[in-house]
Write a protein that binds this ligand. Sequence first.
Ligand SMILES: [Zn+2]
Length: 106
Amino acid sequence: MLRFLLHYGIHFLVPPLVAFLFFRPKWFKITLILWAGILIDLDHLLANPIFDPDRCSIGFHPLHSYVMVAVYLILLGFRKTRIFGLALLIHILADACDCLFLRFQL
Ligand SMILES: [Zn+2]
């Protein structure tokens, strides 16, 4: 239950919190962009089964690969792509927490 709450809490509660704290004038638009980070889960459609609760996404799915995480970090370095990098890294953080729960059988 804690795993579920943390995973989906990061996916859906962290974006509006970050938007409200750091992008207050445009918090709603920024929240929508940050929530859109979940779209990288479309790469799950390439896997069989599409959803496996006991599989760590990081390093398995193409858009969750370590190379892509490096790309998302690079996106943070440029003003025009920063918000997209942030959206994708929040997503990766949520999935990484899930992986830690799996790894340590919490
Ligand atoms: Zn994911």
